[in-house]
Design a protein. Sequence first.
Length: 323
Amino acid sequence: MDEDGLVAAYRLDGRGGGEQLDWQGIKNWRLGDGVLWVHLNRKFEAAQHWVREQSGLDEVIAEALLAEETRPRCAPMGNGVMLFLRGVNLNPGAEPEDMVSVRLWVEPTRIVSVRLRRLLSVNDLRAEIDKGQGPCNAGEFVAELAGRLISRMADVVLEIDDKVDDIQDRILVAESRQLRSELSRLRREIIALRRYLAPQRDALARLAQFKADWLQEAHCNRLREEADRVTRYVEDLDAARERAAVTQEELASRLAEQMNARMYVLSIVAGLFLPLGFLTGLLGINVGGIPMAESPLGFVSVVVVLIGIIAAQILIFRWRKWL
């Protein structure tokens, strides 16, 4: 049904299942018919029109649900709550750190969720409802969705940690420039993930403290656990970021050491050949009086002198511990 902006709509039966609805079914829904969940794709005009004109939502809530850019947050309003969450982008060809937003307005008898890109966690929730094993009410819906979003983050955070470990293991054998590029990309990934995880933790913690009839103590406990899990992920990302920074500094130090070693060798070579170049240049001037210019042993004598100079320089360098 995504072609007209309606991704999915259900009337929850309170037993874990639900009846799928179309636009007409949504229009016919009334209080007392069970919890209504409407899931929309905000890029379609029909979805935007319904949110603004037909949903009955306050103008502030409607505009927030359809905003171009949002960050995770929780904003209680009366007996409802506006909740914006993010999930890792596991769509084919996408980068996980390009997190996908899902915006929700939750009240006792109705849930309106809006997204732009597909979220696997929402699809899982739909599948559970179709099987009769989904949430029974609004509070359970929020707790279940938050749990699924956060569970999918575990593998991404663990993969980042493994990447840092791998780079640390390769630091002694791999090309430093290549590893620096990988580390820079990894640090950008960590920063992008943490940008949304930290406010998501705060949003879930605030929601767990929200007092509402539809949000039971069991739901609040679940939300507190999810907030704690996000806190651990944020701490893991902070630790990975610090390790990546230390590793990048080590790589930069090794690259500087390599450059210094090469420059040192070049300096030694230049130092050895500097006096030789001076002498050969002096003897090569085209004027009279050059020593041994007419002697048949002149070339051999000059070569012997030059070899002697090199030998003397090497001895001096070793004595000064430059070699």
